[in-house]
Design a protein around this ligand. Structure first.
Ligand code: ADP
Ligand code: MG
Length: 222
């Protein structure tokens, strides 16, 4: 993994969010102020404008630069949250001497990133936020990596966990963020941040899976 791989993941996540833009916007119009997906798309645009620089960097530095760009462009509650995730992951990966990103290093980095988000957002699961997707995904990622699961098993499992977490937000009453102003009336709607995270996790896993399959095929043909 290097800056070029990160750039490919950002592109895939951006395309998936763009594809689901109308749905995420209407979820946020129902229980928020409607800007979540547009904030996110602005961030993706800004990070992609830096692709030339990002692609020359080691993976952890590329994550750090992306985090700074997300913080300065996304805004809302989600800007600092996503920036914390990327910065936490960058710090965790920077602390490893060897630059190879194994499943267990990636799981540790994701756990540090999610912990950083929780430090900022001060919530766990059950408040009807993006954490209802990210925390179960982080837990499953750590469990699978520790049990020695293959990259493929991990990449197939995590999107399913993300979908389950996202669906669970529908029946929750929001107790954090703007949606909490609606109290009981927030019930019956999926949280927009949970849905955008589900979409991004699905796209990132699918992209890594296809990169891994391609490099395996290249090995076979060599
Ligand atoms: P804002 O609510 O400030 O307009 P955004 O529109 O950028 O922020 O993002 C809204 C999303 O942020 C929500 O759908 C929810 O998932 C997430 N969110 C809000 N508050 C928190 C929090 N304290 N911790 C984690 N996620 C949160
Ligand atoms: Mg908003």
């Amino acid at each position: 993994m290097n800056g070029a791989s990160l750039s490919g993941l950002v592109k895939a996540a951006h395309a998936a969010v763009e594809y689901n833009k109308d749905e995420i916007a209407s979820l946020d119009q129902a229980i928020g102020d409607g800007d979540h997906v547009f904030n996110l798309l602005r961030g993706f645009g800004a990070v992609q404008a830096l692709a030339g620089t990002i692609e020359q960097l080691p993976f952890h530095e590329a994550l750090k630069l992306s985090s700074q760009k997300v913080l300065s462009t996304v805004g809302g509650s989600s800007g600092p949250l996503f920036a914390s995730l990327l910065l936490g992951m960058s710090r965790s990966l920077a602390s490893s001497a060897d630059r190879e990103v194994t499943p267990s290093k990636a799981a540790d980095a994701f756990a540090v990133g999610v912990a950083e988000m929780q430090r900022w957002g001060k919530t766990g699961t059950g408040s009807k936020t993006m954490m209802d997707v990210l925390i179960p995904v982080m837990e499953e990622f750590s469990k699978l990596a520790q049990s020695g699961a293959s990259a493929r098993q991990i990449l197939v499992s995590l999107p399913r966990v993300a979908t389950d977490g996202c669906q669970l937000t529908r029946d929750m009453v929001a107790t954090k963020g703007r949606a909490s102003f609606m109290g009981e009336r927030s019930k019956g709607h999926i949280d927009p941040g949970a849905r955008s995270c589900e979409v991004m996790i699905g796209a990132v896993c699918e992209q890594i899976l296809s990169d891994t399959t391609e490099s395996k095929n290249e090995e076979v043909h060599e």
